[in-house]
Each structure stands twice: as C-alpha cells, then as structure tokens.
Ligand binder design. Structure first.
Ligand SMILES: C[S@@+](CC[C@H](N)C(=O)[O-])C[C@H]1O[C@@H](n2cnc3c(N)ncnc32)[C@H](O)[C@@H]1O
Length: 170
C-alpha cells in the first residue's frame, strides 16, 4: 500500500486554495509534495510539476512514485516556459525568499541576482555570465531583455498572493 502523504501547514494552506477540478502547474515544485498531495486527493484533473533544476525535479518524481501519484507531468523548465496556457488554470509559484519591498527592488533583484545565476545555464558570453555581475548590457543573449510586471489582476481574484510572515517549515 502506498504511503500516506501529509502536508506541512504552509503547503496545506496552499493546497486549500486550489479548487476542485483544477488543472495545476506547480512552478519550482522541488519535493513535489503539493501536486502529489492534490493528485492523491483527486482535487486536480491534471498537474504539471516543473522545476528549473534536475535534482529537485527528480525529487518530485520520487515523491510521486513513493506515494503513487498518477496524473502528474514532470517537466524541466524555467518558470512557465514549457507549460501551455490550456494546460493550467491554477498556477502555484511558492517560496518566499524572492519577495522584495518595492517594484524597483524586485526588478533590480531580477537583473542583478537572478539573471546572472540563471545565465550560467545558457552559455553565450553575456557580461553577467562571465563575471557573475550584471553588466547592464543589451547583448543578444541577454536574459533580462523582458521583465513581466502584472499591473492589475483581471478578473479580480484570479491571482492570489499569500504572504505568510512566519516560519512554517518546509
Ligand atoms: C524554495 S524551493 C520551493 C519548493 C516548493 N514550491 C515549496 O514551496 O515548498 C524553490 C524551488 O524553485 C526552483 N526554481 C528556482 N527558480 C526557478 C525558475 N525560474 N523556474 C522554475 N523553478 C525554479 C528551485 O530549483 C527550487 O526547487
């Protein structure tokens, strides 16, 4: 018999927001606990569990295998890349360590912290890839040529951002 999966309070909070019959995309799935639990509960009709890195994606697959989840598609990818719009009506991007106080600080983080790290995976000699620091470039292979800002949620309530100001564990 498959093991029973119990979520931590933080992940349970997220799971409770997912409506019955959702098509889920869990971006940055890591351990994969959320999509696996939702699948086992029959809460989702399908789930894409996606991660940027192979290690975490393998962890998610292992979670799915151990607990017997059957409706999850595991994908390696950056953010929503590789998830077709019709595949997901609920998108979870969970993890608090990337929240900034202002839009300016968020854009600055995307360009000077996230982009140089991300660029290591797509070698084509941009300044940040070579030096590890933002070169404020306009190079062909620049990874921060576009930065998406969601100014307004339409229809209202479609996007939910839950900020939990306490340590709730994994
Ligand atoms: C802190 S873990 C969060 C895991 C899970 N979502 C949770 O809330 O427990 C962050 C995960 O996001 C992945 N990640 C980071 N940047 C990503 C990106 N641009 N696209 C997809 N996954 C990403 C990391 O590899 C890591 O596995």
């Amino acid at each position: 018999m498959a093991k029973k999966l119990e979520l931590t309070p933080r992940l349970q909070l997220l799971a409770d927001w997912v409506p019955q019959g959702a098509k889920l995309a869990d971006i940055g799935t890591d351990h994969g606990f959320l999509p696996v639990w939702l699948d086992l509960q029959g809460r989702v009709v399908s789930a894409v569990a996606s991660d940027l890195r192979k290690g975490p994606l393998e962890r998610a697959k292992e979670t799915g295998r151990i607990y017997g989840a059957e409706h999850i598609d595991y994908r390696l990818g950056n953010g929503l890349e590789g998830v077709f719009p019709e595949e997901a009506d609920v998108i979870v991007i969970a993890g608090m360590n990337k929240v900034e106080d202002t839009l300016e600080a968020a854009i600055n983080r995307a360009r000077t912290v996230a982009a140089p790290m991300n660029k290591q995976r797509f070698p084509n000699q941009t300044p940040c890839e070579v030096t590890g620091k933002c070169g404020d470039c306009k190079a062909e292979g620049c990874i921060c040529n576009q930065i998406l800002v969601t100014r307004n949620c339409n229809p209202a309530g479609r996007i939910k951002i839950i900020l939990v100001g306490e340590e709730l564990g994994l």
